[in-house]
Design a protein around this ligand. Structure first.
Ligand SMILES: [Zn+2]
Length: 190
């Protein structure tokens, strides 16, 4: 065979030793190096797969945490990147409501920590809200007005409105909410 006469100087891709390759596609100095390299490729693939799995699981668990009203301090640390000390301080100062289910089993309100909002009491039972707006425009705020008046972000206003089932009416690009209800909800947060 003509190929066996060929001497192609190469560096082994596994052990970096110079060798004379028999074909242009030879990558390793020996069968051993070829095998070891193959094993490492497999190991790397397995490792990558494992990392992907961890990522997928953590995304799933984060999604799950985000739907729960109360979360653990450890979860809050992960989710919001705040230190344990900060969370404990916020609980102590009453800035976020917490429930103590036992030693090391503190659960804190996710929406509050998310909004960095003073603690409020949820109404006993959310009252049935009619979907009809019975308020006149001058009895309403826009979302931006609520945000300005109470010094909270637009997203917090939106979340609070949804949470309390405040009736909304959209006119053009503005969403109107009744002053009466908004004042009541936000006054308890001041
Ligand atoms: Zn080698």
């Amino acid at each position: 065979m003509g190929y066996s006469q060929l001497k192609i100087p190469r560096i082994c891709e596994y052990c970096s030793k110079p060798f004379e390759a028999k074909t242009v596609s030879t990558r390793f100095c020996s069968k051993e190096c070829g095998n070891k390299s193959g094993k490492e490729v497999k190991k790397q693939a397995k490792e990558d797969e494992r990392k992907q799995q961890i990522l997928k699981e953590s995304a799933a668990s984060i999604a799950k945490i985000q739907t729960r009203p109360y979360i653990s301090i450890a979860e809050a640390v992960i989710l919001y990147g705040i230190s344990k000390n900060t969370i404990h301080r916020l609980i102590k100062s009453g800035r976020i409501p917490a429930i103590n289910l036992g030693e090391r089993l503190t659960r804190i309100s996710r929406v509050h920590i998310e909004a960095m909002f003073p603690a409020i009491e949820l109404p006993e039972k959310p009252k049935e809200q009619s979907t009809k707006m019975i308020y006149e425009p001058n009895e309403c705020y826009t979302i931006a007005e609520v945000s300005t008046k109470f010094g909270v972000s637009l997203s917090t206003v939106n979340k609070t409105i949804r949470r309390f089932g405040v009736p909304m009416r959209q006119v053009g690009k503005f969403v109107y909410v009744p002053k009466e209800q908004i004042d009541k909800i936000f006054a308890s947060k001041q």
